[in-house]
Write a protein that binds this ligand. Structure first.
Ligand SMILES: NC(=O)c1ccc[n+]([C@@H]2O[C@H](COP(=O)([O-])OP(=O)(O)OC[C@H]3O[C@@H](n4cnc5c(N)ncnc54)[C@H](O)[C@@H]3O)[C@@H](O)[C@H]2O)c1
Ligand SMILES: O=C(O)[C@@H]1CCCCN1
Length: 313
């Protein structure tokens, strides 16, 4: 028998995944992903198994990155209705393999990876696409992604005001209480969005929660939810009037109801903007529709494993 794989839990993952280190790695991964075969990323569309009886889903997200020489698959479950307050709606594990021989090297908590890499990619998109004077940040939703987005956005940008709206006011208030800076709790999504320069939608909504008529012209929106073809977070008015960026054209056009149902046309992948082959439009309303990519998990898991190995040799 060979060596047992390392088991790396959420606390350790959190310690090693700091945004300042993660962001440049993710930028490179996005560029590689959007560079075709030259970029060396092999990432098939993920497999999603519906568990209809419980309104749940299991996703399998494999990827290999030639430049990082890293091979992983994430297994993620997500449930529409929370079964208890202790069990997160999204749970995940990342398996990291030795690419040269297929040996399983590590089993890594994937929940923190998912929370942090998703928020970090939104920050990358926002740096490129936000209007030049961005003073007001609005977050719709108050769950795990709201937290990680708040963390990275307040670290990377200096907004004068941060607003949050959540379906349950008490949860928005708890979010504001536990945030490190001042957060203004809004009673309606429209109130939260009105005049905002950057908007983040991080909900499990299946119908639109953000309407184009509310959005300040020129604002930038990071749309993180609506990861099923029949789920929406943004309405048709917004989808049809914005300049639309995505992480993966292939996945976004297949997986997100915001695109599938509205039939909005995609302008570019964020990786193309980072590469310089497509422009970053900053004087029109922009949407970054994120569905999440396996290669983001690959580079995050490699960072965690390499950092862990350096301390545990
Ligand atoms: N793009 C990506 O890479 C990526 C990665 C992970 C999660 N996500 C998506 O981001 C979203 C948030 O994930 P999370 O981990 O924060 O989940 P969470 O369960 O921690 O939080 C969900 C939030 O959505 C709110 N909500 C639920 N149903 C709603 C509805 N019908 N209308 C309005 N608000 C509603 C809840 O009150 C809560 O604030 C989910 O849609 C998830 O699938 C995307
Ligand atoms: O990219 C991800 O990790 C998530 C999984 C759950 C659905 C949305 N996307």
């Amino acid at each position: 028998m060979g060596e047992q794989p390392a088991f790396i839990g959420a606390k350790v993952v959190d310690k090693y995944l700091d945004f300042a280190t993660l962001i440049p790695l993710l930028e490179k991964a996005l560029i590689h992903f959007s560079s075709g075969s030259e970029g060396g990323v092999v990432q098939p569309i993920r497999t999603i198994v519906p568990v209809a009886k419980y309104s749940g889903f299991l996703g399998v997200m494999p990827a290999y990155s030639k430049w990082d020489d890293a091979l992983t698959t994430k297994v993620v479950t997500f449930y529409e209705k929370k079964t208890s307050s202790e069990i997160p709606s999204h749970q995940a594990t990342v398996l990291l393999f030795e690419p040269s021989n297929g040996t399983l090297k590590a089993v890594i908590d994937g929940r923190v990876i998912t929370d942090k890499r998703t928020a970090a990619v939104s920050a990358i998109a926002t740096k490129l696409l936000k209007p030049s004077h961005a003073e007001i940040l609005c977050i719709l939703g108050s769950g795990a992604q709201a937290q990680s987005h708040y963390q990275v956005f307040t670290q990377q940008f200096s907004f004068k005001e941060v607003r949050v709206w959540s379906r349950t006011r008490e949860k928005a208030e708890r979010f504001a209480r536990t945030a490190e800076g001042e957060v203004h709790v809004c009673s309606t999504p429209q109130e939260a969005v009105s005049g905002a320069d950057v908007i983040i939608t991080v909900t499990m909504a299946t119908e639109p929660v953000l309407f184009g008529d509310w959005v300040k012209p020129g604002a930038h929106i990071n749309a993180i939810g609506a990861c099923r073809p029949d789920w929406r977070e943004l309405d048709d008015v917004l989808m049809e009037s914005c300049v639309l960026y995505v992480d993966s054209k292939e996945a976004a056009a297949k997986e997100s109801g915001d695109i599938v149902i509205s039939k909005a046309s995609i302008f570019a992948e964020i990786g193309e903007v980072l590469k310089g082959t497509k422009p970053a439009v900053t004087d029109k309303t922009t949407v970054f529709k994120s569905v999440g990519m396996a290669v983001e998990d690959t580079v995050s898991a490699k960072l965690v494993y390499d950092s862990w190995l350096a301390e545990n040799k």
